[in-house]
Design a protein. Sequence first.
Length: 148
Amino acid sequence: MTGLLLLALAFGLGVAFAVYLPMQSLAATRMGSPMLANVAFFGFGLVTAIAVAVAAGARAGDLARFAAPPWWTYAAGVMSGLMILGSSFLIPRVGPAAFFVLFVAGQVVAGTVIGHRGWLGAAPDPASLKVVAGVAMVVAGAWLVTHR
């Protein structure tokens, strides 16, 4: 894949996040329960993940691969569930613009630290002064959008 295509896909995933989290929040509001909406979300997500894995050639014997990653990496599933619950709670209260600006700013700060340190299997990517300045601008932008 070309660099431009990869960047376009990353942008598209950002658009998808901007659509699916408010959809989840709407479902939670209509159901009257973020927890029930979360169950439905992960139920459909599990069915979709299984279908995609099978379509990609995965078979029952491949389940042994679940033992390969460190046990603590599966905490990502817990974090995902809490992120969905948190977005279902926050979007109706702070609005989608403020939510997503803070959501992205948090990702930029955390991603920069993780990359700089080479944590979680990421290739070390030292944060230059230019990168730190860019992160500061993202955080300042988040403040400008959310400060009333």
